[in-house]
Design a binder for this molecule. Structure first.
Ligand SMILES: Nc1ncnc2c1ncn2[C@@H]1O[C@H](COP(=O)(O)OP(=O)(O)OP(=O)(O)O)[C@@H](O)[C@H]1O
Length: 284
């Protein structure tokens, strides 16, 4: 499902002494089926932008078009409700939003709230819980008895139970150990492969390189660069000057380059680096 931002601005607490503008003239295109990464420092406006994707915040000026719904400053709750169902947002540390007495009830809550029958909502909840790797024996347990990683998976299943066409993920692997982080990114990759449009906010350039096909760099409320990760990571100077860094494979290739190794194009993933080095070794 496509999303378009046309000259979106957002101002917190307008017309008060605390007025502060968080977004300036944002133009953004999320292509249907794409995997888009949004990167930027603390305070660059990522969370503010995310909340515009499903109308939790309305633009102060400009428009956000989600599929065929146009969201603007004067939009009413009823007009934007369809967007809430189509665009699922997984906020940072989503496990803090669990509330129901059992895992199954918690995940079934969203669809039931949108009018799905209890039986159908629970059937969807079971399917999504299995998809995120929660075993059946945990369905009737309190979500608060689970481990932190399991709680996060349950919270993600709750968003997936709404069958969103777009899934927005705000630093979804924050606080996880390296193995759980890799498993969770693989889960999102498989959700993307099933046709869901993915938007990932992250500061991990390896994840951008491994998964994203489009990338936007946000700084002080403005998009200062956009393009395919492959293109943007070639401009190592830009990425480091803006203190975002580059993937580990690119860093390693640069070290080799400083020692005389030639690369037509810097690799951005580990697999690419290995391939290039294997080829180079084969050709002496
Ligand atoms: N409720 C608010 N009231 C006033 N200003 C706010 C509010 N929320 C955020 N801001 C300001 O808006 C700007 C953008 O903040 P935002 O949280 O969108 O950035 P971010 O890139 O998501 O940061 P982080 O990575 O820390 O989550 C910052 O200057 C911030 O101080």
């Amino acid at each position: 499902m496509p999303i378009n931002f046309d000259k979106v601005t957002y101002t917190y607490q307008p017309n008060t002494p605390f007025e502060s503008r968080a977004l300036f003239d944002i133009d953004l295109d999320i292509i249907d089926g794409s995997f888009t990464a949004l990167v930027g420092h603390t305070g660059s406006g990522k969370s503010t932008l995310l909340q515009q994707l499903n109308a939790l915040l309305l633009p102060t000026s400009g428009t956000v078009t989600v599929d065929d719904t146009i969201i603007k400053s004067t939009s009413k709750g009823k007009e934007v409700k369809p967007v809430r169902k189509k665009v699922g947002v997984v906020f940072q540390f989503p496990e803090t939003q669990l509330f129901d007495e059992t895992v199954l009830k918690d995940v079934a809550f969203g669809p039931q709230n949108f009018g799905v029958s209890k039986a159908d909502a629970e059937a969807t909840a079971r399917e999504k819980l299995r998809l995120v790797g929660i075993s059946d024996d945990l369905f009737d347990r309190s979500p608060f008895e689970l481990s932190g990683g399991q709680m996060r998976r349950v919270a993600i299943a709750g968003i997936l139970a709404m069958n969103p066409s777009v899934l927005v993920l705000d630093e979804p692997t924050a606080g996880l150990d390296p193995k759980s982080r890799i498993n969770m990114m693989r889960l999102f990759d498989s959700i993307h492969a099933s046709g869901v449009t993915l938007i990932l906010v992250t500061h991990l350039m390896d994840d951008v390189a491994d998964y994203a096909d489009m990338m936007y760099v946000l700084e002080k409320g403005r998009i200062i660069k956009s393009g395919q990760p492959r293109e943007l990571f070639q401009d190592v100077n830009f990425m480091t000057t803006h203190q975002l860094g580059v993937p580990k494979a690119t860093q390693f290739a640069m070290l080799l380059q400083a020692r005389g190794q030639h690369f037509e194009q810097l690799p951005i993933t580990r697999a690419e680096l290995v391939n290039l080095l294997t080829e180079a070794a084969a050709h002496g």
